[in-house]
Design a binder for this molecule. Structure first.
Ligand code: HEC
Length: 187
């Protein structure tokens, strides 16, 4: 009796695994980026991210003080490393074309911001990136202080002091800065 139950379970598992393998190999699991994510995929991605952040994100305050100078540094870093995916102060009204081609789409942060998130959460996302999305880990490109400076800017994006707001409004996410003619590719 027990043997046939165990055999039944093993057989069901084997058929399930074989089915999954055939499905993946057949090319019926979509692999394209120019589509809307399914509800199941979105749920899985968001739930695992939320749980990871709760466990791993730094809990303390931002070591970078919210001074005008530091916020300006945040605008500059964002313009250089983030705006071509996450947009500029015009938000979703001026989504950069490259951002439209992502699966999952990068949120246009001036419209769909993260001011409500703890700064430690933003720090973690910038430091480590978000798996299976286009959000890269910046740990090899930026120092911890630069990442905290970006987390500071994201936290205050909707309530910047006037001089910083002015600098932010001048950032353009697209087109990329032109290459000087002498360096342009001639092809
Ligand atoms: C190549 C495109 C790309 C670049 C460059 C990029 N990101 Fe992202 N980012 C994404 C994508 C795509 C997501 C959405 C991931 C998801 O849906 O979970 C994302 C998500 C995020 C989130 C989470 C937003 C939310 O609503 O929870 C934050 C914060 C963020 N990025 C900050 C940054 C910062 C700061 C930079 C620059 C240092 C940056 N990103 C650079 C593509 C990018």
């Amino acid at each position: 009796m027990l043997r046939s139950v165990v055999l039944g379970i093993a057989l069901t598992l084997a058929v399930g695994l074989l089915g999954a393998y055939v499905l993946v190999e057949s090319g019926y699991i979509p692999a394209n980026a120019d589509a809307e994510p399914s509800r199941l995929e979105t749920w899985m991605a968001h739930t695992s991210l939320r749980a990871t952040l709760k466990r791993e994100a730094p809990k303390g305050p931002n070591p970078v003080a919210p001074s005008e100078e530091n916020l300006l540094a945040g605008v500059r870093l964002f313009a250089q490393d983030c705006a071509f995916c996450h947009g500029d102060a015009r938000g979703a009204a001026a989504t950069p074309p490259i951002a439209k081609g992502f699966y999952q789409r990068p949120p246009q942060l001036a419209t769909d911001g993260v001011e409500d998130d703890p700064e430690g959460y933003s720090f973690w996302k910038i430091e480590h990136g978000i798996r299976l999305t286009g959000m890269p880990s910046f740990r090899y490109a930026l120092s911890d202080r630069q990442i905290w400076t970006l987390a500071l800017f994201l936290k205050h994006m909707d309530k910047l002091p006037p001089a910083v707001q002015q600098a932010w409004q001048q950032v353009r996410s697209w087109p990329p800065a032109p290459v000087p003619a002498s360096q342009a590719n001639q092809n």
